[in-house]
Design a protein around this ligand. Structure first.
Ligand SMILES: [Zn+2]
Length: 476
């Protein structure tokens, strides 16, 4: 029998129809404003142009991978990248590769010669790395608080939940419009990169790209095949991959940054193994609820997380109800780059609270933070950090360094993604947040890291920079 032909990878058409009318004034699309290292910027490459430089003078900043506080610093941004950093009292490293040429006088000279461009006096500002929301589903932005009753599956299960019904009955333009709202909302609260589990196959990817057209935020889009297997298919380890489906997967991966699998309970071992052969980022939900953990055991006799490892995932999401054995299995996996925890979403869904400290200790993994479904939790990383810090402290009845929480929202997430973001250091992409040190809620600022983690709000953010350009607010 002849195999059915594979679909061609032609680009899908733009979404038509009327989007919500709310159109706040924002900077132009990220795709048009930076020639920096490619990071999930979908669309045509920008045309070559004259290098653009900006010197941010007299700022306080959290520098390098340790987020060390520098009370007074000059930061030179060239073509969307942190080029040089000149400190007063600060003597630590500011990049991963070369920490040798600071405080030697030469840096100051180079800065002096390079500042034929714009100079901004940032006195009174604390500059921190742009926040990274490491796990979202902005596709359900239309369903905010549509149901507060029922189980997790009743609300957001990709097949049986309220979510797919809401999505099915909303016109694509409406979905796109509310996804755009979420992107703008994240930007205003300091998020400069987000990692989205994008359901709906290639059409879903087309929608998020449409939403991002004029919002200068970085996106990492993890697409998903619009195919979920039944319990019987999983028990019998049936492969879903026909030649047509393989072709569709190839096309899907061509259009996004990797795959975001809903979970082991919707995929057979064979399917997970098949996905493990894909070359881009691989991420999967795991052990989010007690029900999902027990369903896996009932169906297959194996734990959900152990089954998820068949994907050879780079990123695990949740692990809220992972057992000690699960955490041990993850610790032994060489592929995993990090775990994303979502404490507010888990709490909102009455799932419990992830024991972040134990997950980190027992797996040895890099930990990042995500806000998960917009339907159940606002995509606000400032509130996510606050909640994570308080719950970590309360669960272990011991002080937790807020720097470690801020790292989860910046440094760790960048490292997990393998992207030059999340750190203010030489050679990193110039994504940062300018916070007013003297704002009502922050002054006097005795501990900058604590101030960011649990006192900073949208109103204390002066501006947000993405790729060296002001994406929100005004620096001066
Ligand atoms: Zn999720």
């Amino acid at each position: 029998m002849t195999a059915p032909p594979r679909p061609s990878c032609s680009t899908r058409g733009r979404i038509s129809g009327t989007a919500p009318v709310y159109r706040p004034a924002i900077a132009t699309s990220l795709h048009q404003q930076s020639t920096a290292t490619h990071v999930a910027t979908h669309g045509p490459a920008p045309a070559p142009r004259t290098p653009q430089s900006l010197l941010l003078k007299n700022a306080s900043a959290l520098l390098g991978p340790e987020l060390e506080y520098a009370p007074s610093v000059d930061i030179l941004v060239v073509d969307g990248v942190f080029k040089e950093i000149r400190m007063g009292a600060y003597t630590g490293a500011t990049d991963y590769n070369d920490a040798a040429d600071y405080n030697d006088g030469a840096v100051a000279t180079r800065l002096h010669h390079d500042i034929s461009c714009g100079v901004m006096d940032c006195e009174g500002l604390l500059i921190i790395p742009g926040l990274i929301n490491a796990h979202t589903h902005i596709g359900d932005s239309v369903g905010k608080d549509a149901s507060l009753k029922g189980s997790v599956d009743d609300k957001i299960h990709p097949v049986m939940g309220l979510k797919p019904r809401i999505l099915a009955r909303t016109p694509p333009a409406g979905l796109v419009g509310f996804m755009r709202y979420s992107c703008i909302s994240m930007l205003r609260r300091g998020t400069t990169t987000f990692v989205d589990f994008r359901e709906g196959g290639r059409d879903g990817i087309g929608m998020i790209k449409e939403a991002l057209q004029d919002v200068p935020i970085r996106s990492v889009i993890l697409g998903r095949m619009n195919h979920y297997q039944t319990a019987d298919e999983i028990r019998s380890n049936t492969s879903p991959f026909t030649p047509a489906m393989e072709g569709e997967l190839e096309c899907l991966l061509h259009e996004c940054d990797g795959i975001g699998i809903s979970g082991a309970n919707e995929n057979s071992d064979d399917a997970l193994c098949h996905y493990s052969g894909t070359g881009k980022l691989r991420a999967i939900h795991s052990s989010e609820t007690p029900e999902s953990v027990s369903r896996s055991l009932e169906m297959t006799g194996k734990s959900e997380t152990v089954r998820a490892l068949a994907l050879k995932p780079h990123i695990l999401v949740h692990m809220t109800h992972a057992s000690t054995e699960d955490l041990r299995a993850v610790a032994g996996s060489s592929e995993i780059r990090g775990i994303v925890v979502c404490p507010r979403a888990n709490s909102a869904l009455a799932e419990g609270i992830p024991d972040i400290i134990t997950i980190g200790k027992q797996t040895g993994c890099v930990l990042a933070l995500g806000t998960d479904n917009v339907m159940v939790n606002p995509p606000d990383m400032l509130r996510e950090m606050d909640y994570a810090w308080k719950t970590m402290t309360a669960m272990h009845k011991t002080p937790v360094d807020p720097t470690e929480v801020l790292k989860m929202a910046t440094v760790n997430a960048g490292r997990m993604l393998g992207m030059p973001v999340g750190v203010i250091g030489k050679g990193m992409l110039a994504d940062c947040v300018m916070i007013e040190k003297h704002s009502l809620d922050l002054e006097p600022m005795h501990n900058p890291h604590a101030a960011v983690v649990h006192r900073t709000t949208e109103s204390s953010i002066r501006a947000v920079m993405v790729g060296g350009r002001t994406a929100h607010g005004k620096i001066i």
